[in-house]
Design a protein. Structure first.
Length: 201
């Protein structure tokens, strides 16, 4: 299934997806490049550069309460069976997630964005204002090697941005482990081996 707005969207079934979305106003609509002029990879590289280098615009995800809300919502979606969650990171103005959808991606994104937007606006004392950028980037994972590269990219994002020295020190990431609490990262890696093309039997 293909859904095209400003970026190409491809939703194959039973494949891991790499998703990225940002706060409303970080990247202006007129800045999105038309799909026919760039490849999906070029579109993502351009979008991610805009998000990483933004020096103004909304940075609500820097607030602990808002970042916690997003992280909790990601875990809640997995608990509800909407997807299997592998890796994620919540940056100041955008989110990266690697997951295996169990429902149509458009549905899970609508649920994630809608719920978090409503609650975040409540916490921020805003009413009826857009919270997330309508546009998002998604890329289906082709093989196990790419899965590993994407996982590293997501979890290393805070290190690349100079926020922490080690990925595991960033609180709003799948790499962070509170004392005495484990994660499902290893389970997700094993699942990836069974669900991406080219994985060892």
């Amino acid at each position: 299934m293909i859904s095209v707005r400003r970026l190409p969207h491809i939703y194959p079934q039973n494949r891991w997806l790499f998703l990225t979305w940002g706060l409303h106003g970080v990247v202006q609509p007129r800045q999105f490049r038309p799909p026919h002029k760039v490849s999906a990879g070029q579109a993502f590289a351009w979008l991610d550069r805009q998000l990483d280098t933004a020096r103004d615009g909304p940075m609500f995800l820097r607030q602990d309460a808002i970042a916690s809300l997003v992280v909790e919502s990601l875990h809640r979606g997995a608990e509800l069976g909407h997807y299997e969650l592998a890796s994620f990171v919540v940056m100041a103005n955008h989110v990266h997630v690697l997951l295996l959808p169990k429902v149509p991606p458009s549905r899970l994104l609508k649920a994630l964005k809608g719920c978090t937007a409503h609650e975040a606006n409540r916490l921020l004392g805003r009413c009826g204002e857009p919270f997330w950028q309508r546009e998002s980037y998604d890329h289906w994972v082709r093989d196990e090697r790419e899965w590993g590269r994407i996982e590293f990219y997501i979890e290393n994002n805070p290190v690349k941005a100079g926020l922490v020295a080690r990925a595991e020190d960033y609180r709003w990431s799948s790499r962070w482990k509170p004392p005495g609490v484990g994660t499902n990262a290893e389970t997700a890696r094993m699942s990836a081996c069974a669900t991406v093309p080219g994985a060892d039997a």
